[in-house]
Design a protein around this ligand. Structure first.
Ligand code: ARG
Length: 442
């Protein structure tokens, strides 16, 4: 049964947080005169030793250590003898494990947000370096209107900005200490949950002990923020996959960021992009799986809650890796801006601008849409260049053919947040400001 119920196989990584929680608890016990200064010092020395043994890999785990919390307490008791036997006074593994996991999650959310910002910075730098390059923007995967490459890269950057916001928002609700809730009802001993919360640098303490030990909202919402971040990475990954295909040819991944084929010598595969796309599946699975674990659980602690760790750890690890490789890939990716331009400069790309030109001449947009639509159809059906039909049209004429010039559509765009070059420069400035503000929040 122990093999089945143990969590030591995966919760060792909570060791630093368990030790931090225990140190705070020891302070509380000392303040409450439940430990003498000598006893507290003995425990402190034992904790230092345990910390060292774990980080050096010399800590000896016993088959009866069902989780990291039992293992650490067992070892502290071996080292600090009678003093060690007092360390669990007024504490339960229920508030202990919730405390350790909150400390871990608070730090992990910070780390993932930091990594997300690194990818944002690479996207910004590539956007800055993209100059006036443009490519087709798509709707329904059909060429729609040309957009600057910078605008396209920043579109992903803004999605990541919302991820950073969500991660930090989840961190705020994670930042509550459950220590002192005991098994479920607090304690008859004169312990002070505010003191330990403060000691651990938490924003505050729990309000209700039953809630404190059974609340795993912070895991669920972290998993959601991570799953959505993973979803964004999957969309970036998908784009890299088809942009780097021979059919699109919009980019080439650096050699160090692509893989070969075991059989086909000519292949350069975008495996990292495919995995950024593919791994999002399991992260979404972790979210739905864990919500299902929580659903219908009675108050307060139930062992089901131990199922919180593996999905959270895996989601964090997978995203950390995904963010790193995507940042690396974008740093070295070569954009084929000629190829993008060729794809963007097809005459149909100016259709909307032709319609808007007619609007400026007094047409209702619906009429203008009809007129241009008919011209485009005519051009395709009769195999006549659109530019000739535009020139010959009584209401468009020679002047309007300027709209068909390469890049004209991008140059004419003027609305804020839109895909005109000036608007994109302004957007870039806003993006830089946002990055600086988020860096401060982190
Ligand atoms: N390993 C457990 C967990 O991760 C620790 C809490 C166990 N508490 C208990 N009363 N059995 O949730």
């Amino acid at each position: 049964m122990l093999a089945y119920t143990a969590s030591i196989g995966f919760d060792v990584r909570l060791a630093p947080d368990d030790i931090a929680g225990t140190r705070a608890h020891v302070k509380g016990l000392l303040k409450a005169a439940l430990l003498t200064a000598d006893e507290a010092a003995l425990i402190g020395t034992a904790l230092d030793r345990v910390e060292h043994e774990i980080s050096e890999g010399t800590f000896i785990f016993l088959p009866t250590d069902e989780d990291i919390h039992t293992a650490i307490e067992r070892r502290v008791t071996e080292l600090a003898k009678d003093a060690g036997a007092k360390v669990h006074t007024g504490r339960s593994r229920n508030d202990q494990v919730a405390t350790a996991l909150r400390l871990f999650t608070r730090r992990a959310l910070t780390d993932v947000a930091t990594k997300t910002m690194q990818l944002q910075r690479v996207l910004l730098y590539r956007a800055e370096a993209a100059g006036e390059a443009y490519l087709p923007g798509y709707t329904h995967m059909q060429r729609a209107q040309p957009v600057p490459l910078a605008h396209h890269l920043l579109a992903h950057g803004w999605a990541l900005a919302r991820d950073v916001d969500r991660l930090l928002d989840a961190r705020r609700r994670t930042d509550v200490s459950p220590l002192g809730a005991g098994a479920l009802a607090g304690s008859s001993l004169p312990l002070d949950p505010d003191l330990t919360a403060d000691e651990l640098g938490f924003g505050g303490r729990f309000d209700n002990s039953l809630d404190a030990v059974s609340d795993r909202d912070f895991v669920a919402e972290s998993l959601f923020a991570l799953a959505l971040l993973g979803t964004h990475l999957s969309r970036i990954g998908e784009e890299l996959v088809f942009w780097s295909s021979s059919e699109f040819g919009f980019c080439h991944l650096g050699d160090a960021w692509s893989t070969g084929s075991s059989m086909l010598p000519q292949k350069k595969n975008p495996d990292l992009a495919e995995l950024a796309r593919g791994k999002s599946g399991r992260i979404i699975g972790h979210l739905t799986g864990f919500l299902t674990t929580l659903k219908g659980l009675p108050l307060a602690y139930n062992r089901d809650l131990q199922e919180d760790k593996e999905p959270l750890f895996d989601a964090i690890d997978q995203l950390t890796g995904g963010l790193e490789v995507l940042a690396g890939a974008f740093e070295t990716i070569q954009f084929d801006t000629e190829r993008m331009k060729e794809a963007a400069d097809h005459p149909g790309a100016a259709a909307t601008d032709l319609a808007e030109w007619l609007v400026e001449k007094g047409h209702a947009f619906r009429q203008a849409h009809g007129i241009v639509g008919a011209l485009v159809r005519d051009a395709v059906e009769r195999g006549v260049p659109l530019i000739d039909l535009v020139a010959a049209h009584p209401e468009l004429g020679q002047d309007a053919t300027a709209l068909l010039a390469p890049g004209a559509a991008v140059a004419r765009r003027q609305t804020a947040g839109g895909a005109g070059q000036a608007a994109v420069l302004e957007q870039m400035e806003r993006f830089r400001t946002r990055l600086a503000a988020d860096a401060d929040r982190i």
